[in-house]
Design a protein around this ligand. Structure first.
Ligand SMILES: [Zn+2]
Length: 259
C-alpha cells in the first residue's frame, strides 16, 4: 500500500491509495489532470473514487475520470448537489473499494452531508476527512452548526492515535499561526510548527498528520484543555458554557483571524 498526496488547484490534495497490483483508490479528485498525469507516470489504474462532500474543489474532476475509465465506481454522500453516477453511502455504512474496506462516518458542519472514510485493515488506520479536520485546524462552518462540527471532530478524535489523517488542503502553516495564538505555551504545537515549516521549505506536504499529533496540537480538538478554555474565556469575557461553546468561539475567532 502506498499513499500519495497529489497537489491540485491552489492548495488541495487529491489522495491516492495505491495497492501492490497497480490499482488505486482516488479520494476527492477536484481536478482530473493531476490524477491522469500521476496514473501515467506512476503506472496505476484507478479502481474507485471516494467523495467526501459536494464542493467543486473536491469533486470537479470526477466526470472526466469516469469518462476516461468507464464503469469506475464512485462512492459519495447522499446529496443531490453531487450529480455523477455514484453509490450513495451514509453514516455507519461499510463498503469495499479497490479491495479495501471502508467505514463511513457522518461529519456534518462544513457542509450538512459531509462524510469521512476510515480504512482500518488491522495493520493500518487511515482517515480521509475532506474539509472537516485539518492539521492544526478544522473546516469552516458553511452549512452546519458549531455543535454538529464539534460532535463530528469528537468522533474523528476517538479513532486510534496512529490513524493517518489525510486532509483536503495544505493549510497547516496558516493554521499553526492561529493555534499558537490560542496556545502559545504548547511545546508539541511548537515542534509540529517547526516540522511543518521544514516540510514546506522542502516542498513536501505536511500531511498526513496523525490523530495523536492533532490531539496534542490542534486547538479545535482541545476544547476541554485548560489553556484553550482560558483563551476562549478571555474572548468571551466569561467562562464558556462547556466544550461546544469553546469550540464555537475558537471557530468565530479563527474566521476573523489574519496572521
Ligand atoms: Zn469544502
Amino acid at each position: 500500500m502506498q499513499l500519495l498526496a497529489l497537489p491540485a488547484l491552489s492548495d488541495n490534495y487529491i489522495w491516492v491509495l495505491r495497492d501492490d497490483d497497480g490499482g488505486a483508490v482516488v479520494v476527492d479528485p477536484g481536478q482530473a489532470g493531476p490524477v491522469l498525469e500521476a496514473a501515467t507516470a506512476g503506472g496505476f489504474r484507478p479502481t474507485a473514487i471516494l467523495l467526501t462532500h459536494h464542493h467543486n474543489d473536491h469533486i470537479g474532476g470526477t466526470a472526466e475520470l469516469q469518462a476516461h475509465w468507464p464503469g469506475l465506481p464512485v462512492f459519495a454522500p447522499h446529496d443531490d448537489r453531487i450529480v455523477c453516477a455514484a453509490t450513495r453511502v451514509g453514516d455507519g455504512a461499510r463498503f469495499t473499494a479497490g479491495g479495501y474496506g471502508f467505514d463511513v462516518i457522518a461529519v456534518p458542519g462544513h457542509t450538512t452531508s459531509h462524510i469521512a472514510f476510515h480504512l482500518a485493515d488491522g495493520r493500518e488506520s487511515l482517515l480521509f476527512c475532506g474539509d472537516t479536520l485539518f492539521s492544526l485546524g478544522c473546516g469552516r462552518l458553511f452549512e452546519g452548526s458549531a455543535a454538529q462540527m464539534h460532535g463530528a471532530l469528537s468522533r474523528l478524535a476517538a479513532l486510534p492515535g496512529t490513524t493517518r489523517v489525510c486532509c483536503g488542503h495544505e493549510y497547516t502553516l496558516s493554521n499553526a499561526a492561529f493555534a499558537r495564538v490560542v496556545e502559545p505555551d504548547n511545546p508539541a504545537l511548537q515542534r509540529r510548527t517547526e516540522e511543518a515549516q521544514a516540510m514546506r521549505q522542502a516542498e513536501r506536504p505536511t500531511l498526513p498528520s496523525t490523530i495523536a499529533q492533532e490531539l496534542a496540537c490542534n486547538p479545535f480538538l482541545r476544547c476541554d484543555q485548560p489553556a484553550v478554555i482560558a483563551a476562549a474565556a478571555q474572548r468571551l469575557g466569561r467562562e464558556p458554557d462547556g466544550p461546544v461553546e469553546v469550540f464555537a468561539e475558537l471557530r468565530r475567532w479563527k474566521d476573523g483571524f489574519t496572521a
